[in-house]
Ligand binder design. Structure first.
Ligand SMILES: Cc1ncc(COP(=O)(O)O)c(C=O)c1O
Length: 380
């Protein structure tokens, strides 16, 4: 082992158009270079309060507890499952892709009896099947679905599920990792009891935080636990830091990430949540139309296509990995591939600052060019 220092850090500038992270909004990067405050500084407390206030607006969650966890999307997922269930509880999970399956895996690890309502890659789990499972298992404490399944580009009809579950004692949990900031949400109006997200996709900040929204009913359920929740993600302990004043130490907050989140939330409200979501729709539908015109197929079923994530089936005879690797080495463009168990695909994300029709054209022009060199019969 050599003992000299490594070379200075010099990462290459890429256009990140995979499933996330996306390129960080320059205002978030600039925010991370501002002077750091201590995690209990009164000035920081005002920043925390503003972050919570702005997050409530973007989530449309006027009640309950809203804050960003000091962790990634997966921790938001795990926090919901372990805080709102106890070993032996029945949980219903809808899964038609990689992240739905991750929900199942984490619920099992938490000791729950999992009712798996599964569909094939790209086919959303119909609400009728979930509601039938809820009727069959009235003792289920929680139902969990993925709003935007990033592994396939499939969008779940969440508002309709929320409406149908309104009078149920089963809590409803939604993975909004890919939808927050890119698809209009109404967490309060739809009756979602626990939503979690991330900061590195449509929100346009750096990876590392997981905004959550917890309903009053979910907090009541949490308060009635027989056994304490894990300390680091205990809703009540987090509330003492993020919401109650004076603030109480719980963990040393990722202050620079909080600055970055503050700035992108501010920019989101300046742009308008609706307008920002419309921008994601315009960019995504433009790309998807061009994909169809080029003679390629999308993985997600029509009518349930996420705008911000397009999963494109790799045409027969084309080496999808080689094409993605050339896109990166020759054009500096990152796109995603298929996750384990999925059919061969490229996943193109147009999220946050990259949700523009110009970026859509840049990625697709480059992709079609590389594909043609690989002998694919696509029309540009
Ligand atoms: C739908 C969905 N859920 C959960 C996750 C996990 O988030 P993270 O990678 O930030 O832990 C991702 C990540 O891409 C995702 O797309």
């Amino acid at each position: 082992m050599t003992t000299s220092a490594a070379a200075p850090l010099a990462p290459t500038e890429r256009l990140l158009c995979g499933p996330g992270p996306t390129n960080v909004d320059p205002i978030a990067l600039a925010a991370m270079q501002r002077p750091i405050l201590g995690h209990l500084d009164p000035e920081l407390q005002d920043i925390l309060t503003e972050v919570v206030r702005m997050l409530r607006i973007v989530y449309r969650a006027p009640d309950g507890l809203v804050l960003p966890l000091q962790a990634t999307g997966t921790s938001g997922m795990e926090t919901g499952l372990v805080n709102l269930t106890q070993p032996g509880d029945t949980v219903i999970v809808g899964a038609s892709g990689y992240f739905g399956r991750r929900l199942i895996e984490i619920a099992k690890r938490a000791g729950c009896d999992v009712v798996e309502v599964v569909e094939d890659w790209g086919v959303h789990v119909p609400n009728e099947r979930l509601l039938a499972a809820a009727e069959e298992h009235p003792d289920a404490v929680l139902m969990a679905v993925v709003h935007g399944e990033t592994s396939t580009g499939s969008l779940h009809p969440l508002a309709e599920l929320g409406a149908a579950m309104k009078d149920s004692s089963t809590l409803l949990m939604a993975d909004c990792v890919t939808t927050l900031g890119g698809t209009e949400l109404d967490i309060g109006g739809w009756g979602i009891d626990y939503a979690y997200s991330c900061t590195q996709k449509c929100v346009g900040s750096a990876p590392g935080m997981s905004p959550i929204a917890v309903s009053e009913a979910a907090i009541e359920r949490f308060d009635a636990r027989r056994i304490p929740a894990p300390f680091a993600f205990d809703f009540n302990l987090l509330k003492k830091y993020w919401v109650d004043r004076p603030t109480v130490y719980h963990h040393t907050a990722p202050i620079l990430h909080i600055y970055a989140l503050y700035e992108v939330l501010r920019a989101t409200l300046d742009e308008g949540v609706q307008e920002r979501c419309a921008r994601h729709v315009a960019a995504g539908t433009h790309l998807q139309e061009r994909v169809r015109v080029a003679g390629m197929r999308l993985i997600a079923e029509p009518g349930h296509q996420l705008p911000q994530l397009s999963a494109i089936r790799v045409p027969d005879g084309v080496d999808g990995k080689a094409v993605a690797s050339e896109l990166l080495s020759e054009h500096g463009i990152e796109v995603g591939g298929g996750l384990p168990g999925a059919p061969p695909m490229w996943r193109i994300g147009l999220m946050g600052p990259n949700a523009t029709t110009q970026t859509a054209d840049r990625v697709l022009d480059a992709l079609l060019g590389v594909m043609q060199r690989h002998g694919a019969a696509v029309s540009a």
